[in-house]
Design a protein around this ligand. Structure first.
Ligand code: MG
Ligand code: MG
Length: 628
């Protein structure tokens, strides 16, 4: 299968869009009329530019309000089509995409529309061109692909075919059964788009909220299976109208589009056990068993303060790197790496971003296969020189220029701590660790990057995404979406906000760029743990009194239980019989903080408490961050 993308998906000038499309390894491009109209050159110039980039123009679009017009509009619309045919011949493009008519003047009737298409097909064929008909979900008389197919079938002309667009089919929940019976040679183009499930009119939904498959919630998989049943092996083209894409980088969005196709078609191949012609076979998504370590790049003054905090949280220094200024801190199943070295990636990262998380290492079944898959998906590989005998941990670039490392148990990577680190001996410690494991990692990013990283994680790792949740910050609304393994061993919370005044946005734009804003660590006894932390001098976030008064009113908790929560500054949530307890450290100068959580059968993230936490943090925002 060949993949194409419409110019309307991307930001920038036509030249920038085409360069991004070629760089993302597409073979075809749909030229949107507006991109041509705003281009400072002739259609022949566009044709040359496209050819020089090794691309071909697969369609010119859109042609609107064509079929079923009464006279004199009918004659006018045919001469308008002839002018488009002239442009197409200059462009070197043989297919005109015609959307179903939305005009109030248009008349219904399948036979009338079919007759119009037959005549147009005749005119197109005379010039060696073709036309293809697409049912818009909001078309006046034709809004269903089955009706569009009936028009095409009755037009009975070899130059007249059908366009199937997954958005228009899926938003109306149209039955896919009839698609399977359409002869594949009558399908001239397939456009692919996903979208979140929203309650709004089809037109607004389509124009603003489309996204690539893997980023939304429509049944694109079922659409692809029905398409596969037809035997179709022609072009698949992304046609995405998205406010986020228009605000994003054309290069990055084009890569996301290709990644989306690679992921979509590889999943189709797996589900149906049928090869997809012309598409690479990818290693399976990496099965992830949690986080091996999180690495912080810090300068020396910050390191002293940060290591004191780690000690207060119950960590002990467990190892010192054999050749670098890097220490390992551990407790329970948690490893934290503190890197103050003056060489290498972490140092470069620290200079650009300040003290921050520069890498996350994931435990996977097969680290080499995980990187192979990442490279197949056009993720960016990373490696740097290592000392003699040291491990070269496979990695790809992640959010905000950070790294995602992969370790496994089947290679030398299993011995990472013994190979690269000199252990630090401690006297035997009788008490249980305060903290047992990584619970979740929360990453804040620019709003227009959110879908990029969502697709990055879901295409690479065996994880599922939750629905988007809106969280109210005193400075605006934050959109939050979780990707997690079924067993909860890895949970990543992605946050982004259009408002510049939310804590998430201020972290990103004014502190040090997209990255890990907080890490939640699990405990089995949050009261013991927070008491120990306070005694060790850790500043925990103060929660306003009113929160506890409200808790008393809306939960069954006894006054004794409430006062215990209040004294410890712990937030509480409940879902059925499941309970969740949360506490927070105060934010560090760089905006980062730790969260301590205790889950009693609870699967969420305490969304109900997030506004309380955000308001408490906003009151304490350091002077370096603008007050709201
Ligand atoms: Mg379309
Ligand atoms: Mg959290």
């Amino acid at each position: 299968m060949q993949t194409a993308i419409a110019t309307v998906c991307l930001s920038g000038t036509l030249e920038e869009k085409l360069a991004a499309i070629a760089a993302a390894r597409f073979t075809g491009v749909e030229i949107f009329e507006n991109d041509l109209l705003s281009f400072n050159g002739t259609p022949a110039d566009v044709r040359r530019m496209v050819g020089d980039l090794g691309l071909r123009i697969v369609t010119f679009q859109p042609f609107r309000d064509f079929e079923g017009m009464p006279e004199p509009q009918r004659s006018k619309v045919f001469s308008r089509a002839e002018r488009k045919f002239d442009v197409m011949q200059e462009l070197g493009c043989d297919l005109l995409l015609i959307c179903s008519n939305v005009s109030e003047q248009s008349l219904g009737g399948v036979d009338r529309a079919a007759a119009d298409f037959r005549e147009l097909g005749e005119r197109a064929a005379a010039r060696g061109l073709r036309v293809a008909y697409e049912a818009l979900a909001w078309g006046r008389h034709v809004s269903d692909y089955r009706d569009a197919w009936e028009v095409v079938r009755r037009a009975a002309h070899p130059a007249v075919g059908l366009v199937l667009d997954s958005f228009h089919v899926l938003v109306r929940n149209t039955d896919l059964g009839a698609m399977r019976a359409i002869p594949s040679d009558r399908i001239f183009l397939v456009q692919i788009a996903d979208a979140p499930r929203l309650e709004m009119d089809y037109l607004s939904w389509s124009r603003h909220y489309r996204c690539f498959p893997g980023q939304g919630e429509l049944a694109v998989d079922a659409f692809m299976e029905a398409l596969q049943a037809t035997g179709y092996d022609g072009l698949l083209s992304h046609e995405i109208f998205s406010d986020r894409f228009r605000a994003g980088s054309a290069r990055s969005v084009a890569i996301d589009g290709q990644r989306s196709f690679l992921f979509l078609l590889d999943e189709l191949r797996r589900r149906t056990a049928t090869p997809v012609p012309g598409m690479p076979v990818l290693p399976a998504r990496a099965v992830c068993h949690g986080i091996e370590f999180v690495e912080f790049a810090v300068d020396e003054p910050a390191a002293a303060k940060f290591e004191k905090l780690l000690e207060g949280l119950g960590f002990r220094k467990a190892g010192v790197h054999r050749t670098k200024a890097v220490t390992r801190w551990s407790q329970g199943d948690i490893n934290v790496v503190v890197n103050t070295d003056k060489e290498g990636f972490a140092h470069a990262f620290q200079i650009v971003h300040g003290s921050a998380v520069c890498a996350i290492a994931l435990r996977v079944d097969d680290a080499a296969a995980a990187v192979d898959r990442a490279l197949s998906l056009l993720d960016r590989p990373f490696s740097q020189p290592v000392g003699p005998g040291e491990l070269d941990i496979p990695a790809v670039r992640g959010l905000g220029g950070s790294l995602l490392y992969f370790v496994d148990r089947k290679s030398r990577l299993a011995d990472i701590w013994a190979v690269d680190f000199e252990p630090v001996e401690h006297l035997a410690c009788a008490s249980a660790p305060l903290l047992t494991r990584y619970d979740h990692v929360s990453q804040s990013m620019h709003d227009e990057e959110m879908l990029t990283w969502l697709l990055f994680y879901t295409s690479l790792l065996e994880v599922k995404k939750t629905r988007v949740q809106d969280v109210v910050d005193p400075g605006g609304v934050v959109q939050s979406q979780v990707v997690a393994t079924d067993d909860g061993s890895l949970r990543l919370v992605l946050n982004a906000s259009q408002s510049q005044r939310t804590l998430a946005s201020r972290f990103v734009s004014q502190v040090f760029g997209a990255g890990v804003q907080h890490i939640a660590l699990a405990t089995e006894d949050i009261f013991r743990t927070t008491a120990h932390m306070r005694a060790a001098g850790v500043d925990l976030l103060r929660i306003p009194e009113n929160y506890y008064d409200d808790l008393e009113a809306r939960t069954e908790l006894s006054p004794e239980e409430i006062s215990r929560l209040r004294e410890s500054g712990i937030l509480y949530d409940r879902e059925g019989a499941a309970e969740y307890y949360q506490a927070y450290t105060n934010t560090l100068d760089n905006g980062f903080f730790f969260e301590i959580v205790e889950r009693r059968g609870y699967a969420g993230f305490g969304a109900a408490n997030a506004p309380i936490r955000l308001a408490a943090q906003a009151r304490l925002a350091p002077a370096t961050m603008p007050r709201i």
